[in-house]
Ligand binder design. Structure first.
Ligand code: HEM
Ligand code: HEM
Ligand SMILES: Nc1nc2c(c(=O)[nH]1)N[C@H]1C(S)=C(S)[C@@H](COP(=O)(O)O)O[C@H]1N2
Ligand SMILES: [Mo]
Length: 347
């Protein structure tokens, strides 16, 4: 054997040896990464301002990429298993679908696949993979953390792995920019811009579009206000609706400030202000936000479409789309603080 060929064989062996270390620590790393990705995904959904959003989406991307980096090691674990289980293969399928949809979301941008946006496919796959992961981990227990995992050598290896993920993340972001992909122009929350006129009527989970009369009245604390009065008193509000399904749009809404409809000074004892839809969908806001929340009757000068909250909806800048309650029925004080509500609507 020539010296070159010999060197090649040795290099290949060294490489195989790296992956042969696959095992307990690979599985523990997968558990940490999946848990981290799942948690930061929801943080990204909750964030409406740039700094928290950026922290959430960047850490989310790093956790997700870590899974991709571990593929060769997990491949060895799987190939050594005496038998394959259907639930584990389903888990593999869901993780693959989740990752694929995540990358499509980031690099291809907003669009619909058979009525679903990439992010909806992404989150659905993530939710389905959780019970499968629980089953898998219970089935293959004994993956305990050991003292040895905190050895200098292990920590160095983990640091090397983290640096690899970071470099991969930078390379992907850079490539997206160089190629002018959708990733280059997304918001810190990950959302992609669409024209306001193309905002899709969006339900959070199971809500339904009601049909309301044009002279609909909104119940305020102690009195009613009719649509005509709201529309007459409304001024322009430039705001960005940033939905969690992967799109955002900038528009000029016509709205009346809640602080001009409800007197914040009269909020004695109230812990929040509750904006409720005729459908029962509702969100509670801090009283301090009354000055930045509007009841809107128009978008870019046009009357609201029925799916978009006609005849009156909330405009809530710097909060994600699910706070922009549509088909508003009432705005009232509440003695329950905003922190005591589900972080996401359940309807
Ligand atoms: C990305 C997530 C994961 C996927 C897709 C996955 C998939 C698989 C598959 C297909 C196998 C072959 C055996 C079987 O079919 O059950 C396997 C083996 C194994 N998995 Fe996972 N797994 C994942 C995460 C984890 C985690 C988080 C743990 C534990 C902390 C774990 C522990 C194990 C163990 C110990 C084996 C070896 C079983 C044996 O050799 O008998 N896995 N994994
Ligand atoms: C364990 C399950 C999950 C995995 C493995 C995962 C993985 C990923 C990956 C790899 C990306 C592409 C990141 C990039 O290229 O920068 C991504 C993007 C994204 N994922 Fe997840 N994800 C998971 C769960 C979730 C959940 C539950 C949510 C929301 C509730 C979510 C929301 C997002 C968002 C908003 C983006 C776009 C972020 C951006 O533009 O930088 N993900 N995900
Ligand atoms: N009553 C009610 N209001 C709602 C929703 C809903 O399902 N029900 N969806 C919210 C979500 S998730 C978003 S993104 C915006 C979407 O507004 P649009 O349909 O005008 O695009 O409305 C919000 N207001
Ligand atoms: Mo949304």
């Amino acid at each position: 054997m020539g010296a070159d060929a010999y060197r090649e064989v040795m290099a290949a062996r060294a490489w195989t040896r790296v992956f042969r270390r696959a095992g307990r620590r690979t599985n523990l790393a997968l558990l940490v990464l999946l848990t981290g990705a799942f948690g930061t995904g929801w943080l990204a959904f909750a964030a409406g301002t740039p700094v928290p959003a950026r922290l959430a989406t960047v850490s989310h991307g790093l956790f997700g990429l870590g899974l991709v980096v571990l593929v060769p090691w997990k491949r060895v674990v799987i190939s050594r298993a005496p038998r394959l289980q259907v639930a584990s293969l389903a888990l593999l399928g869901m993780v693959a679908l989740c990752l694929l949809a995540g990358f499509v979301e980031v690099f291809a941008g907003y669009g619909l696949w058979g009525g679903l946006s990439p992010i909806q496919v992404h989150v659905s796959a993530a939710v389905v993979l959780v019970p499968l992961l629980v089953l898998h981990v219970r089935e293959h227990r004994r993956q305990r953390v050991r003292r040895r995992d905190a050895s200098r050598r292990s920590l160095l290896r983990t640091a090397g792995f983290a640096v690899g993920i970071g470099a991969g993340w930078l390379a992907l972001e850079g490539a997206g920019r160089a190629a002018g992909l959708a990733s280059a122009s997304r918001l810190a929350t990950g959302s992609h811009r669409i024209p306001a006129a193309e905002m899709p009527a969006t339900t959070w989970l199971f809500d339904r579009t009601p049909s309301l009369p044009a002279d609909h009245r909104v119940r305020l604390e102690g009195r009613d206000v009719g649509w005509a009065e709201l529309d007459r008193r409304g001024g322009p509000v430039v705001a960005r609706l940033d939905c969690t399904s992967g799109w955002y749009a900038e528009a000029t809404w016509t709205g009346v400030r809640l602080a001009d409809l409800l007197d914040p000074a009269a909020a004695t004892g109230a812990a929040s202000v509750e904006v409720r839809s005729v459908t029962g969908y509702r969100r509670r806001f801090p009283v301090a936000e009354l000055g930045q929340r509007w009841l809107a009757t128009r978008c870019d000068g046009r009357l609201l479409a029925s799916g978009a909250g006609a005849p009156v909806r909330l405009v809530a800048p710097h909060r994600r789309g699910f706070w922009w309650v549509k088909w508003v029925e009432s705005v009232t004080w509440s003695d329950r603080p905003p922190s005591l509500q589900s972080p996401f609507p359940l309807q």
